[in-house]
Ligand binder design. Structure first.
Ligand code: PLP
Length: 430
C-alpha cells in the first residue's frame, strides 16, 4: 500500500495520522512514512522500500532492530506470562544492574516511559525539599507532563509556536511553577537562584541536550549548575532519558563528574519496550510510596517482557561495548556532511557528541542553546532531509532532534549514508 493511502486512512482515525507528533512530517513537508519491519540498522517501509535508519526509535534501539538476543529474551518472557501486577524476580535483576552501573544510584523505580520517570523525579524533588518551583532550560524536553512543556524542545519546538507554553490545556497555575533559563548559561541560572533560590525544589537538565538538536554542555556548565543548586538547598535532576547508556555503559553524569541528586533513564534501557526508570540515593528514593509520602504507581510498571528486553540489551552492552565503534561511525557521517556541505557551498553543518549528531541548517557552529539552534534555516533542512530520504536514509524529520548511530550500523551502512550525503549536497548546490 502507498504511504499516501496509509496516511489518509491513519488521519481518519488518528489525529494527524500519528501517535506521537514527532513522527509527523510537519517540519519537513510531505507524507510520513510507515514501517513494515526492521532488521539491524535497516527498516523496510510499507511500500517495500528499504532505508538505513538513523532514528532508531529515538535512540531506544541501540542494538538495532529485531536483535536476536532481544527477540529470544522477550519470546521466552512472554510465554511465561506478560503481566501480573505482582512483583517478579526479573525486576530485581534489572534494578541491580542499573544500580551497579553508577555510584549515583542506590535504588531505582521502574516506570513505563521517560515522561513518567521525569514526573516522578519532579514530584520526589518537591516532596523531599518541600518547595514548589522547578528550573528548566529552554529547548530541553522532559516528556509531555504539564509543568515541563514550558519552553520545551523536540516536537513542541518543531510545532513552531516558540517559547513559553507552546501547548494548550496547561493551566497557568501549573506553568507558573516552572522557571525557564537558556541552556549553557550559568549566569542565568545564578540570577534565577538569586531571586527564587529558597523556593526552587530542583533544576532539571538534559546533560547533553538532544531535543533542540545535539547541543553538548560547555566546559564547567553542569558542575556550575550543581554547585548553584546545592548552595540554595535545591536538587539537581539529570534527565538522562537519551543520555544514559548511550555514550558508555552507565550514566553520562559519571562521565561528566557531576553529582545529580535524581537521575531519569529511558530509551536505551527499555530495550525497545515501554520501560524507563528514576534513580537516586536510597535516602531520596525511600521518600517514594510505599516507604514514604510521595505517591507513584503503575499497573504495568516493571513489566516482565520489557524487563527481559532491558536485561538482554544491558548485558550485551556490558559484554561487548559498542560505544567507541559507534562514535567513530557517527564522526565519519558528521565529517562527510561538513566536508560535502563546504565543498558544495551548502550552509549546513553537523554538530556531534560521541554517538549522536544533528545536521543544523546553518554554518554558525557551535550551537550552544535554543536561540542559536533556531537561527538555522528550516526550509533548507527540509530539502536536505528529503534528499537523504530519496537516497535511502532516514534522518530525523526535524533538525531539533538528534540522529543516532546504533551498534548495528555496519561500515557498509555508513558508506551508504556518506554516499547519500555527497549526492544530496550536490543536488542542493544546483
Ligand atoms: C524522550 C525523552 C523524554 C520522554 O520520554 P518518553 O518515553 O517519550 O515519555 C524525556 N526526557 C528526554 C530527555 C527525552 O529525550
Amino acid at each position: 500500500m502507498t504511504h499516501d493511502a496509509l496516511f489518509k486512512r491513519a488521519c481518519s482515525v488518528i489525529p494527524g495520522g500519528v501517535n506521537s507528533p514527532v513522527r509527523a512530517f510537519n517540519a519537513v513537508g510531505g507524507t510520513p512514512v510507515f514501517v513494515a519491519s526492521g532488521k539491524g540498522a535497516k527498516i523496510t517501509l510499507a511500500d517495500g522500500r528499504t532505508l538505513i535508519d538513523c532514528c532508531c526509535s529515538w535512540g531506544a534501539m541501540i542494538l538495532g532492530h529485531a536483535s536476536e538476543l532481544v527477540t529470544e529474551a522477550v519470546t521466552k518472557a512472554a510465554s511465561r506470562g506478560t503481566t501480573f501486577g505482582i512483583a517478579t524476580p526479573g525486576e530485581i535483576d534489572l534494578a541491580e544492574r542499573l544500580v551497579a552501573a553508577s555510584p549515583l544510584l542506590e535504588a531505582v523505580r521502574l516506570v513505563n516511559s521517560g515522561t513518567e520517570a521525569v514526573m516522578t523525579a519532579v514530584r520526589l524533588a518537591r516532596g523531599v525539599t518541600g518547595r514548589d518551583l522547578i528550573l528548566k532550560c529552554e529547548g530541553c524536553y522532559h516528556g509531555h507532563s504539564d509543568g515541563l512543556l514550558v519552553s520545551a524542545g523536540s516536537g513542541v519546538l518543531t510545532a513552531g509556536d516558540g517559547a513559553e507554553v507552546a501547548c494548550a490545556g496547561i493551566p497557568q497555575m501549573i506553568a507558573k511553577d516552572t522557571l525557564v533559563i537558556p541552556y549553557n548559561d550559568l549566569a542565568a541560572a545564578e540570577r534565577a537562584f538569586a531571586v527564587y533560590g529558597d523556593r526552587i525544589a530542583a533544576v532539571i537538565i538534559e546533560p547533553v541536550a538532544g531535543n533542540m538538536g545535539c547541543v553538548p554542555p560547555v566546559e564547567g556548565y553542569l558542575k556550575g549548575l550543581e554547585t548553584v543548586a546545592h548552595r540554595a538547598g535545591a536538587l539537581l535532576i539529570c534527565d538522562e532519558v537519551i543520555n544514559a547508556f548511550r555514550f558508555h555503559y552507565g550514566l553520562y553524569s559519571d562521565l561528566a563528574g557531576i553529582q545529580p541528586d535524581i537521575v531519569t533513564m529511558g530509551k536505551v534501557i527499555g530495550g525497545g519496550f515501554p520501560l524507563a526508570a528514576v534513580g537516586a540515593k536510597a535516602e531520596i528514593m525511600n521518600a517514594l510510596a510505599p516507604c514514604g509520602k510521595v505517591y507513584q504507581a503503575g499497573t504495568l510498571s516493571g513489566n516482565p517482557v520489557a524487563v527481559a528486553a532491558a536485561i538482554a540489551v544491558l548485558d550485551e552492552l556490558k559484554a561487548r561495548p559498542p560505544y567507541a565503534a559507534m562514535a567513530t561511525k557517527a564522526a565519519q557521517v558528521t565529517e562527510t556532511i561538513n566536508r560535502a556541505a563546504e565543498r558544495y557551498h551548502v550552509p549546513l553543518r553537523a554538530q556531534r557528541y560521541e554517538t549522536v549528531f544533528t545536521p543544523f541548517a546553518t554554518t554558525a557552529l557551535p550551537i550552544r542553546n535554543l536561540q542559536e539552534a533556531q537561527q538555522s534555516d528550516a526550509a533548507l533542512y527540509a530539502k536536505f532531509f528529503h534528499g537523504m530520504l530519496d537516497r535511502g536514509v532516514y534522518f530525523e524529520p526535524s533538525q531539533f532532534e538528534v540522529n543516532f548511530i546504533s551498534a548495528a550500523h555496519s561500515d557498509a551502512d555508513v558508506a551508504q549514508i556518506c554516499a547519500a550525503v555527497e549526492e544530496t549536497m550536490a543536488a542542493l548546490a544546483r
